[in-house]
Design a protein around this ligand. Structure first.
Ligand SMILES: Cc1cc2nc3c(=O)[nH]c(=O)nc-3n(C[C@H](O)[C@H](O)[C@H](O)COP(=O)(O)O)c2cc1C
Length: 181
């Protein structure tokens, strides 16, 4: 069993993250969700609460965490998965802005980090977005996807978030051998 943090950004692909969480919980992992304000536009807190067995956290100053949610959630975490990773999250994390709870948590964790980006093709191919991806890769962040396929903007192309099974496989690869035995 591993302690896994899931960060959810504001993209329609957030609905696929529900399946990822369910699979992780079924594999006996403890999952905590940190959702951006944008993420809550796409997936309900009730869905995440039921799947994780604990409520998601969005507020940096949530009074349930007297030491700071970013500090308490980061403690003993073995993996942070950000899915979907929006263009804003890629930029914020690449530059260390700590401008919301999830971007602050990114700085506070000492465990591996896996990003599953999702966005419109034009956004994904924008030079600044690719620059942020390269910066994060240089900093040791793992990436899965995006793949090419159907996008919610009614076009086909690169930018589709990796499927939950592929994110799960990438997570297992990062966590092995200590946590999946
Ligand atoms: C319908 C809709 C779908 C969106 N999908 C994406 C997306 O897949 N990827 C992305 O980077 N931004 C997407 N956005 C824009 C983000 O929600 C917006 O940039 C937001 O500021 C991201 O904030 P966050 O990173 O804090 O979640 C979408 C917006 C709307 C209205």
């Amino acid at each position: 069993m591993a302690k896994i943090l899931i960060g959810i950004g504001g993209g329609i692909a957030a609905y696929k993250t529900a399946t990822l969480i369910s699979r992780l919980v079924q594999s006996n992992h403890q999952v905590d969700c940190v959702v951006t304000a944008g993420g809550l536009q796409f997936i309900a807190a009730g869905t995440l609460t039921a799947l994780c067995g604990r409520p998601p956290v969005s507020d940096t100053y949530d009074s349930r965490f007297p030491l700071g949610a970013h500090i308490e959630l980061a403690q003993d975490a073995q993996l942070l998965i950000v899915a979907p990773a929006t263009a804003r999250l890629l930029a914020s994390c690449a530059m260390g802005l700590a401008d919301d709870l999830l971007a602050t948590l990114y700085l506070a964790v000492e465990c591996p980090v896996l990003f599953a980006p999702a966005m419109n093709t034009a956004m994904w191919e924008k030079v600044c977005v690719q620059r942020h991806v390269e910066m994060l890769q240089h900093d040791g962040v793992h990436f899965v996807g995006p793949t090419s396929g159907w996008l919610s903007c009614r076009r086909q192309g690169p930018g589709r978030m990796a499927e939950p099974e592929d994110i799960l496989a990438a997570s297992e690869e990062i966590l092995q051998p200590q946590s999946f035995n």
